[in-house]
Each structure stands twice: as C-alpha cells, then as structure tokens.
Ligand binder design. Structure first.
Ligand code: FAD
Ligand code: SIN
Length: 534
C-alpha cells in the first residue's frame, strides 16, 4: 500500500503526539506507532516534568542547574530556549489537553529531584507519563487530520539526494510493508535502553530512529552518553520497574544491607547528588561488597504520605511482597536515557532535508553530558512544539507530498525456521556484553572486547537480514546492534571521563570540549529498501 501524507510522524510518545497535534493544523498527518499507541517511555515516566512555576524560582536557576549537571557540554543557548518555553507549554498541557498534575491546597505541587536547587517538578503522583500520554492520545484521536497506524514498525527512511521523502513500515498485523510518502518526516522514536541487559525502558526502546537515521546519512552525536538511573527495583520477577528519583527528593535514603547510609562518602549532596554520581556510587558499593543490590529506605515517612505520593510504586512493590512503608526497597542502577542521538536543532532540523528529529531520539545539546532529572519530558514538549511550527513552514515551501513515488519493498526472501533462535541468542549476547563492557564504568580494553564481539554478531545479523524475510524481532535486533556499534565507537572516541561517560583509563576531564559525531560513509551506505534495489 502507498500512503501519501503531508507529515509522517514516527512514534507516539510525548514528542510524536504533540508534533502530530500541532502539525495537523496545517496538513494531513500519519502517526505511526510500533506497538499500541500508548506504549513507549513517556507512558512510564514517573517523577515529572521540570518547569519554573514558583515565584521563588527563576529560568536563570533552571538553566544554571541544567548546565551544572551537563558537565561542560550543555549548549547554554539551547538550555535558555527550552527552560524559557517550559512554563507556557506545561500550562497548555493543563488548559488545552486536561492534564491533571498533583495539587496541594489547590496549587500545583512541585517536587524536588537530584541536581535541582528548587522545587520545580510538576507530577501526577508517581504516574506523570500515564497522565500526559493518555490525555494526549485522547486529543489525537479526536483530530480528523490525523490517521493513526498502530503496530506499524518503520523499517527504513527513504532518502533521495539527501532529501527524505518518507519511510517503509511493516504492518505487524497483516505482515505487509507499506510505503509512507511524506513531505516532512519526523522521527519521534524515543531511546534505546534495550541495548543494555538492565534497563528501565519498555521493549519498544530499541533505538530504531537512530539506526534508521544513521543508515540514511544523518549525523549522530554523543552516543557514549547513556544515562543510568540509580534506582530500579531489584527483584527476579520485576522487569524494568523504576523507583522514581522523586522518592529521594522526598527524603528516601540509600542504605546497604546493614542499614548504613553510604552516599556521604561520595558527594556532599548525598542522595540528591547528580544522577551519574549516585549511579556510580551504587556501582562502586556493589563491586566492593559483592552484594547484588543496595536499598532505598522511605520507612521513616508517614505511611499514608508514602501511599498517596507514590501509589504506583507502593502497589507494584506490594505485588512482589515488599511493603515500602515498612521495608527498604532493593534497588540497582539501570540504563535509562540516551543523551546522544540524531543531531538536531530545537526545531528538529537534521542534516537530511525534510527529516526532523524530536524527543529522546534527538540530541540538541540541552542535556550536555548528563541530563538533569525531569528535563527530558520538558525537551520533548518544547522541541515538538517548535518543530511542528518549523515543519509547517517547510511543508508549505516544499509543496505537495512526494512528487516521485519511491519503489515498493521487495519481499522476495525466504523464511527460515531457525531465525528466532539466532535472533534470541544475538539479542541476549549484545545486551549482556553492553552491560558488562560498556556500562556504568568503562575501560579501553572492555570497549575493544565489546567492539570485537559486536563485529561477529553484526555479520550474522546482516546475513540473516539480507537472506531471509524480515520479522519485527529481526528489525529490532538489527537496530539494536547498530546502536550498540555507535555507542561503542563514540565511547572509544571520548578519551576522558565526563558526565555519564566514565573510563578507568581516562579518569580526568579533558581541557577541550567536543562532541563525538558519526556519519555513515558513502562506501558503507546500505540500500534502504531490502535486498533488491530498483
Ligand atoms: P517515547 O515516549 O519513548 O515514544 C517513542 C515512540 O516511538 C513509541 O510510540 C514507539 O512505539 C515509537 N517507535 C519506536 N520505534 C519505532 C518504529 N521503528 N516504528 C514506529 N514507531 C516506533 N523523563 C522525564 O523528564 N521525567 C520523568 O519522570 C521520566 N521518567 C521516566 C521513567 C521511565 C520508566 C522511563 C523509561 C523514562 C523516563 N523519563 C523521564 C524519560 C522520558 O520518559 C523519555 O525520554 C520521553 O518520554 C521520551 O519521549 P519520546 O516521545 O521521545 O519517546
Ligand atoms: C524518575 O522519576 O526518577 C525519572 C525522572 C527522569 O528520568 O527524568
């Protein structure tokens, strides 16, 4: 099937939904989602969205905290732009889309999180993402100009002469590959936490947008900066369950198995130190003691406060037999957020014409080398708004969608019964060596080992990709491997420790500031529509 549209939006998290809503005022929108429309990191966001609403707070302070956390690599102009736009746009979430943030005596309740010097985190109890995502999905479903394509996995962008004219997408229900021809294509595909064995991210976060953009010639930057969240639940049956940083903001303490606090050894701000420091401190504790986890203790707080403020976490932990009002919570760090990504401006522009990138898939320079808590939803909100305005102008200037249709995908490949075994084996292998060798603490040797392992695995995946019929799991795996390769290459290129990138062989910050940037060479360029290119 060939679908022609003004705007193709790949991804239906906060950034994709806002872009779709705003762009639909100017033209037709096709909104793709890899799974059900709500599935993505946004849905699971807990702590909240940072914006200056308190009169004792200021944009200047928000920018300062952002830049301080960013370890020298934040773009201050970008931080000023995003922090300034935040208050107006969060009010729009409340007034235009009915998002209900928690209130205290009628006033919005502002939370505190690591690295923030003021209370400025709007939240809906501990299920902020659920509240935002479901309200925006309701709004999108009411827009006649927006067509929603759930369970459609974008496979590759189609780029001609450095102009993006759409994408191929696999309809998981019918197994058909459709051509989406678009004047403007917007990547809003989120992050890539699934590259690591332990992650807070849902299954859809396999870095597809970054891999697709890279194959299409877009510049990819700063992939070494993977942010590890200090506290995800440690339990054999718990898959990817975060314990929000807001709990430390409300006074929860990190303790070892003997009940002893340890953060004062590492940073004067203790539990509220920047996230990279807390994650590394826990990692160091685990390595020194040989224990499997540390504990987060909020039992000193009134149980009714804990249940009201953190109902989702309370309920979920209870299902694993942990009553957080009387027991400390076993926690470990987990891969959480990809700071690097497709190089983009705050209006989403990439180096490929008519291809925009917004939200976690993009890298605008806002987070520098270490993201401040709750600044990700803020960036997604602000940049999606700005990109939709920019995209509308670009669309008008470019004219009607897709003058030249691009070729249909050639599905002429055989099925292979062994496929799933190989996919599963490679999937497990990549995630394990990325965790062990490219995790919270890195070294030159570990990175070399990871690169060597990846080379073998990528050969196998590529052979499979070209020889056999594609399958959603194979697409995920291929993208995951590509993203792993970009992370390793960027990490090897950064010969210093900065922000979330820490190497035992280069423990100091270098005097010079630089971004790591990768772009596919013409020699490596792969055909974008399967085995047989017309
Ligand atoms: P997402 O919300 O991840 O959406 C990505 C979308 O892309 C999904 O719809 C997915 O289906 C789609 N997609 C992906 N690949 C394809 C493909 N190939 N084809 C079609 N569709 C595709 N940040 C904060 O600021 N505050 C918080 O409190 C917070 N809490 C968090 C808690 C958790 C558990 C996690 C995982 C993250 C949290 N973050 C938080 C980070 C934040 O949620 C994300 O960075 C943000 O939601 C990203 O939004 P997004 O729109 O870019 O992507
Ligand atoms: C959290 O709730 O701890 C996550 C906040 C974030 O990732 O910004």
């Amino acid at each position: 099937m060939r679908i022609s549209t003004d705007f193709l939006v790949i991804g239906s998290g906060l950034s994709g939904l806002i872009f779709a809503l705003k762009a639909s005022e100017y033209g037709t929108v096709s909104l793709l989602s890899k799974d059900e429309i709500t599935e993505g990191a946004t849905f699971y966001a807990q702590g909240g969205i940072a914006a200056v609403l308190d009169e004792k707070d200021s944009i200047k302070d928000h920018v300062k905290d952002t830049v301080n956390a960013g370890a020298g690599l934040c773009r201050k102009d970008v931080a000023e732009e995003i922090c300034s736009e935040g208050p107006r746009l969060v009010r729009e979430l409340i007034n235009n889309y009915g998002v209900n943030f928690s209130r205290n005596n009628g006033e919005i309740d502002l939370g505190l999180e690591g690295g923030h010097t003021k209370r400025r985190v709007l939240h809906a109890e501990d299920r902020t993402g659920y509240e935002i995502e479901t309200k925006l999905v309701d709004a999108v479903k009411k827009e006649s100009n927006i067509n929603i394509f759930e369970n459609h996995v974008a496979i590759n962008l189609f780029v001609d002469n450095n102009v993006c004219i759409g994408a191929y997408a696999l309809d998981k229900k019918s197994n058909q590959i459709n051509n989406f021809q678009a004047t403007i294509t917007t990547l809003a595909t989120g992050g890539a936490g699934k590259v690591f064995l332990v992650t807070s991210n849902p299954d859809v976060c396999t870095g597809d947008g970054i891999a697709m953009a890279y194959r299409a010639g877009a510049k990819i930057i700063n992939m070494e900066f993977t942010q590890f969240h200090p506290t995800s639940l440690y339990h054999p049956h718990a898959k990817a369950f975060l314990i929000t940083e807001a709990m430390r903001g409300e006074g929860a303490k990190l303790i070892d198995k003997n009940g002893k606090r340890f953060m004062s050894k590492y940073h004067p701000k203790k539990e509220l130190a920047p996230r990279d420091i807390v994650s590394r401190s826990i990692d160091a504790e685990l390595k020194t003691t040989g224990e499997d986890c540390v504990f987060l203790d909020i039992t000193h707080k009134n149980p009714s406060f804990v249940k009201d403020r953190f109902p989702t976490i309370y309920e979920r932990c209870l299902t694993y037999g942990i009553d957080i009002t009387v027991q400390p919570i076993p926690v470990v760090p987990a891969a959480h957020y990809l700071i690097g990504g497709v190089k983009a401006t705050t209006t989403g522009q990439t180096n490929v014409k008519n291809l925009l990138a917004i939200g976690e898939v993009s890298c605008t320079g806002f987070h520098g080398a270490n993201r401040l808590a709750s600044n990700s939803l803020l960036e997604a909100l602000v940049c999606a708004n700005k990109a939709a305005k920019f995209g509308a102008i670009l669309c008008m200037n470019t004219g009607a969608p897709t003058k030249q249709p691009f070729p249909y995908w050639d599905p002429g490949m055989a099925e292979d019964p062994d496929e799933m075994v190989i996919v599963k084996q490679n999937w497990d292998e990549i995630r394990r060596f990325m965790w062990n060798y490219v995790g919270i603490v890195r070294s030159d040797n570990r990175l070399i080992r990871a690169a060597n392992r990846l080379e073998v695995v990528m050969k196998e995946i590529n052979q499979f990709y070209w020889d056999f019929k594609i399958h959603p799991h194979l697409l995920d795996l291929r993208n995951l491997a590509q993203v792993a390769e970009l992370i390793i290459r960027c990490a090897r290129g950064r010969r210093e420790s900065r922000g979330v990138h820490y190497s035992i062989d280069h423990t100091k910050k270098s005097d010079s500031l630089y971004n790591t940037e990768l772009q596919i060479s013409m020699v490596d360029k792969v055909p974008l529509n399967g085995k047989f290119v017309e």
